[in-house]
Structure formats: C-alpha cells, structure tokens
Design a protein around this ligand. Sequence first.
Ligand SMILES: Cc1ncc(COP(=O)(O)O)c(C=O)c1O
Length: 471
Amino acid sequence: MKAEGFLDEVLARVKDFLESSQTETNIRTSKRLQSLQKTTDLKLPLEGRGLEAALDDIESVLRHSVRTTAPGFMNPLWGGLSVSAIAGELVTAATNTAMYTYEIAPIATLIESSILKRMAELADFGTSQGTLTTGGSNGNMLGMLCARQAKLPLSSHSGFDGQNMVAFVSEESHYSFSIASNVIGIGHSNLIKVRCNEHGQMLVESLEEEIQRSLRNGQTPFAVLATSGTTVRGSFDPLREIAAVAHQYKLWMHVDAAWGGSCLFSPRYRSLMDGIELADSFCWDAHKMMGIPLICSAFIVKDAEILRTVCSTGATAHYLYHDTGADVDLGRYSLQCGRRNDALKLWLAWREIGDAGWASMLDRFMELADYLEQQVRSNESLELVSSRMWTNVCFRYVGSSPEEERNQLNAELRERLIRDGRFMVSRSTVDENIILRSVIANRNITENTLDAFLDTVVALGKDIERGLPEQ
Ligand SMILES: Cc1ncc(COP(=O)(O)O)c(C=O)c1O
C-alpha cells in the first residue's frame, strides 16, 4: 500500500470515528481490562506487518478508545471537538519541528508568540512573556519557580536550600502545586493550605493569618498561589483581595487559571477573574474549556527576565542559540528542549471563531450548566452539594436512602454509570460526601443530553436502592 492511499484511508476512519461519536450511545468500550488484554494483539513483531495491517491496528484503537468528543463525555475538565484544531494537530505532525529556535520553527514561533501576546492582553498583563507548556501542572510549577527566583535571585545559579521557604494555596487547589513543591525543592509540607469558605474560595483573612504565622515561625513566605476555577467545584478565588495581601507582604502571586481562564473572553463572566492584572503570572489550559486537543496550555509572566533566568542554560546550548540580534527564540523561555508546536491548533481554532466565538461558547456552557443545576435542584432524588460558579455541577443521588448509606450508594452508582457506557462523569468528594461532578466543556452538549444523563443517574440509583442487579 502506498503512503498517500494509506493516509486517505486513515483520514476516512478518523472522520467516521468523530462523526459517529456524536450519535453513538456507547461512548466507551464495554471490554474489561483482562478481556481487552487477551483479545488485542499488542506484540511488537520481529518482521514488519506493513501499512495495510496498520489500518487494522488503527481500527482497533478507535474501537477501544473512549469517545471523548461525545456529548455524554462530561468526565474530566476537557473534551469536545474542534475540527480546525484537529487539522492543526495533523499539520503539526506533518511539519514536525521543535519550538526552540526561529531558525527551525519560523512560522510556528510567530504563531505561538501571537497567541501568548493575546492571552496576556486578555488578562491586562501589559508587557509579558510566556511559553506553551506541557499542561497546567507545569504552568503551576513554572509559576512557583519564577516566585522562587524573584525571592532569591541567586537560586537558579547557586542552588537552593528550600527548608524555610513557604508558599500558600487554597485547600481546594489542584494537586499539581504539591508536586511542584517537591520539584522546586520546598517539599509538600512547606506548601501551606489556606482554608476556604463554603463556596470553595480561599479565605483572605485565613491567608493573612497563615502568612503571619509563618513569619512568626521564622519561615520565608515567597508565593501566593490562587485558583480561578477549582477542579471539583469550579470556584474562583477573590484575586483582587488576594493580590492586596500578596503585595503587602511582597509575595509573588501566581494564578492557576487552567480551568477558568476562558472567562476572560466573556463580558458576562470576566469579572470572575477580577484583579488578574495584579498577579505576576498565570497559567491557562486551552485544552480544557476551549476544546483544543491535549496538550495546549499557556504560562504567562509579567517579568520576562525572571522566566528567562529560570530557563537559562548558561552558555551550554551553543549548538542552538547564537547571538543574532533579534531575541525571538522561544526555547529561551522554556524548560523543555524539544517541544511540540502546540500553538498551531489553537491559532487555527481561534481564527475560525474569533474572540466572539469563544465568548458565545462560554455563555452557552454557562447556560447549560444553569439548566443542569436547575434540573438537579428540582429533582427530589438528587441533591446539589455545592453552590455553582462555573460549569462544574456537583451533585449526588439521595433517593430515599439514609445519610449513612449515601456514600456507598453514589460510589456504586458511579461504577454502574461507567459500565453502562452512555455517560462519563467524575467521582469526587465534597465535605466527605462522595458526589458526581459533571462539567460542561463540549459544544455538542444540549439540554436533551443533560435530561438523558439525569434520567440515567436516577434510574441507576433506584435500581441500586431496590437491590436490582445491573442490566
Ligand atoms: C485547577 C487545575 N489546575 C491545574 C490542572 C492541571 O492541568 P494539566 O492537566 O493541564 O496539567 C488541573 C487539571 O485538571 C486543574 O483542574
């Protein structure tokens, strides 16, 4: 089989997969682990099997993949389908390059720079620099590294004894801050968790108390890490008030807007991030709410020099960087060496729909989340377990079961829901309660999708209460 004919065949199969995902009711393979292991040929052969056989392999991969563009997929904080972005992925693979220098990635460098500039403008960040990273987790780590650099300018050069350095984050923040605390050298125990209010937002008075306590203990605070859009409840920390405290104590302020950053497009919801312009850095995942295929994530910092120092290679990368005058090489602002062109897919999608398209997408997502919230509220078998600020809708099935049985009931319900295969949502915990967290981040979700989802949840809940086996 010839390469061109092969690619046509692949495209036809991918197209069919994407189209059928919009109507197919079963969004995940029904095979369990052992059965999938047994029935799939995964061996790497001694002799090649040829392109024809690769088509069979692709068929098998598509058949056993979760249909993450399907409306019923409301599980993680990403999903959905942007065909222009998928086209961008294809072109990225075909033009395979690394983002370190303009020389080797000329148009891609300009595209990434223009995206970073626009994202910074949306946050009123003025002069800034940034980089696309491997995800919000790494964006948060970069934020902490920049904060460390700002506090101890010699740390990137002479090393760092993090014993006394402490950073502050809300108790509902993403776990990537814990990992980053380990990586940057302060350790988990020096990441101080600040209490939240009943809506899951960082309590500013508690933040100040914790900062003062750490000072009394002889520790050195260096960063406040706020969140715009928490993982479970979708809460937004009060950035303006947090910034006032961070500035008072001369601390770096980083904002994890991996999930919530898209509110900056919407005149209606932008105020959720009121005060973002007062932060020093933030990250924003386009692969979450904006429906761009993983990975596409930005880290933006006001002071370019700090990021450049954090990512400095000294003079060791003489085979890449030369003093040619114009400072356009993006590799100087990244912790990676080889780095994909993740910008292209976002750029194509952005040019397709514009700021206005992102804004109306977000407004529609919020409308759908309002709808889902109302349906949950008005269904006596269900209980909303958290107030809602974003498109996360956290609820549980209560039926007629006593309180002490509800955790087990919801854990079992979620298992059955996944095996049922029509919908996928996350199992999370709010205030010790096991709950279902559904998120709206897919333009193909409609009110009908949400009605069918809740009907399924209630039916499964009733089956469990009646002691009926799975159908
Ligand atoms: C609030 C928040 N921040 C950061 C992350 C990590 O992002 P990534 O998966 O892109 O590393 C997540 C992931 O869900 C998140 O919910």
